[in-house]
Design a protein around this ligand. Structure first.
Ligand code: ADP
Ligand code: ADP
Length: 227
């Protein structure tokens, strides 16, 4: 995914306000990237534009060498919101079965869907919690289940809005390690975050630091001194 000169303005009764200024960059498969910056910097707006949730921006986005076509991009990608939209009364397994039915439809038979559901739950460390109701899962388990629900149809591109906000240090690390693992299987993963701790920085391949709607750093996290 290559994006160039992404800009975004909002219009209100107080006039026009520029929220993003000419941000460019690229994401490749196998890489875990994060968009960092303080609250209000424009991280979510950029993520929403890149993922296709927000329209009406300036600049262009190319996917696999072609100008992004939303119809095919929607099939290729998934978006995981900051708030987990789980059904409190359903168990993790039931939630996964519903997601598999919705996303895989009739392309897969029941036995194949069960295999996929089992594999994803095991990969995300949720198998032992499969009979737990969502309302009884911890914050980190909820986030992992939200990711699991999107993985049933194996999208190569994953966007996540603040996947670690509100989680404790241990769960945060688990999520970032998991995202790194998923990226190493060949996926393109892009998430936003406020301020990851120093020890987590190294797990990301690339960082885009956004401040006041502009990108003030982009590149390898190896050179980044945590702020
Ligand atoms: P986060 O950065 O945690 O994803 P949000 O994107 O929900 O947070 O909101 C960030 C800021 O943008 C907040 O200060 C919020 O008030 C403002 N904001 C978000 N959406 C709107 C909206 N539709 N109208 C007005 N302000 C908004
Ligand atoms: P971040 O995710 O870094 O917290 P956002 O992208 O949510 O930042 O917001 C960037 C800026 O744009 C904020 O100042 C926010 O108040 C403003 N903003 C975002 N969406 C809207 C909206 N729909 N209407 C008005 N203001 C918005």
């Amino acid at each position: 995914i290559i994006f160039s000169d992404i800009g975004y303005s909002i219009r209100s009764y107080t006039g026009q306000r520029r929220i993003l200024h000419n941000i460019s960059g690229e994401f490749y498969s196998g890489e875990l990237s994060c968009i960092l910056g303080p609250s209000g910097a424009g991280k979510s707006t950029l993520l929403n534009i890149l993922s296709g949730l927000t329209n009406g921006f300036d600049g262009c986005i190319n996917v696999n060498g072609y100008e992004r076509d939303m119809r095919s991009f929607k099939k290729l990608s998934c978006y995981i919101m900051q708030d987990d939209l789980l059904q409190p009364r359903l168990t993790a397994l039931e939630s996964m079965q519903i997601a598999a039915d919705l996303k895989l439809g009739t392309n897969f038979n029941k036995a194949d869907k069960e295999i996929i559901v089992t594999e994803v739950l095991q990969c995300l460390g949720l198998w032992q919690h499969r009979h737990t109701k969502c309302e009884q899962l911890s914050g980190g388990q909820c986030k992992r289940l939200s990711i699991a629900l999107e993985l049933v149809n194996n999208p190569p591109v994953i966007f996540l809005d603040e996947p670690t906000t509100g989680l404790d240090i241990v769960s945060t690390r688990q999520i970032v390690v998991l995202l790194r693992l998923l990226s190493r299987q060949g996926r393109t993963i892009i998430c936003t975050a406020h301020q990851p701790s120093a020890s987590l920085f190294a797990l990301f391949d690339n960082a885009y630091i956004v401040s006041n709607g502009s990108c003030c750093y982009q590149g390898s996290t190896a050179l980044l001194v945590p702020f």
